[in-house]
Design a protein around this ligand. Sequence first.
Ligand SMILES: NC(=O)c1ccc[n+]([C@@H]2O[C@H](COP(=O)([O-])OP(=O)(O)OC[C@H]3O[C@@H](n4cnc5c(N)ncnc54)[C@H](O)[C@@H]3O)[C@@H](O)[C@H]2O)c1
Length: 382
Amino acid sequence: MKRQIAIGVLGCGYWGPLLVRNFRGLPDCRLKAVCDVNAARVKHISTLYPDVEGLTDPQQFVNGCGLDAVVIATPVKDHYSFAKASLLAGKHTFIEKPMASSSEQCEELIDIAERKGLVLMVDHTFLYSAPVRKIVEIVQAGDLGDIRYINSRRLNLGLFQRDINVAWDLAPHDISIILHILGEFPTAINCQGNAHVTPQVQDVTNMSLSFPHKRFATIQSSWLEPRKIREMTIVGTRRMIVYDDLRTREKIRIYDARVERPPHYDTFAEFQYSYHYGDSYIPHIQQEEPLKVACQHFIDCIETNSQPVTGGRQGLEMIRILEAASVSLEMNGAPVTFAGSNGAALIPGHTKDRPAPSLKRKRELRLGSIAGHRATRLPANA
Ligand SMILES: NC(=O)c1ccc[n+]([C@@H]2O[C@H](COP(=O)([O-])OP(=O)(O)OC[C@H]3O[C@@H](n4cnc5c(N)ncnc54)[C@H](O)[C@@H]3O)[C@@H](O)[C@H]2O)c1
């Protein structure tokens, strides 16, 4: 009989219990233990699942429970230290989004996982959702033509986080979808926002990502909106898609709509835009819980010793974009460009001859938008 993979979930707040339920329902693994520093949260899970061991000491959980794999659903500031401890203890590791607090931390985790031959997966949940997979299929088949831009809005009242701002909390969903649809890394990021409720923690942000060939994406994130909105528009040269994740059915609608300019005209009187309004249609989508698909993918990758679709490298790409967004936020929306193929952010005004701020200074800038750290600004002429 095939040996079941022993799984443990660390962090049983809002999201952890969903991971517990999903891993527990998979046939190829056994949910062996959960851990949370808050004993009440452990008790809650133990009441629901009496056969699962409950602990409050993370060190004992990682090293003393006979786990094959650890799932980390704690606040973001602790992802790196727990993931490092887990990988060094030889456990396959699944980290909730966003992967860590800095790109240096992500690089170190990727390096340890590679050296030890372990699966490192980041939960970019939406890439496992049926509507997003359908959109990617439609785009790759060329049905939309060339993508002109993507516009995304993820808004609601709360849940306020204390250790990250709204861009780090909500935008990872949009960023992961946008990168997957466009299949490339942005060349520059702009981000503006404000902290209205908790000092230094932006609760509203507007981010834009520029891509080669004049393509761009905009992402609006807010914890301050009265209505919950989860909407993305993908505008192509031939067709357009509106994706509304809050609809129980009909989440995707494809519009056969476009605007064309006449190729030649001699006088202004002859000039007319041609508006094309065709049918709109709703593709059938087989619904499945995205988190269940993500959890199954993690188990499959462990069993087949393969790289996850959302592995450490995809987690690192995400953090590079979020870091650039934080630097741009500190500069009131000035663009932060990416240099070369390694995706390192280049802060405006700094070149090879005039180096960027030191690593420590860059970290201060980045963490400026994270609670508990004083925001530091670049000099006005930087
Ligand atoms: N993939 C998604 O769609 C999605 C959705 C929500 C949250 N998340 C992610 O899940 C993670 C957790 O978010 P949440 O909303 O559940 O947060 P939460 O604050 O509700 O829960 C975090 C839990 O971790 C526990 N904890 C804190 N420090 C700990 C420590 N040192 N050791 C052990 N336990 C500790 C807390 O007691 C709490 O129960 C975050 O990374 C968040 O970004 C992902």
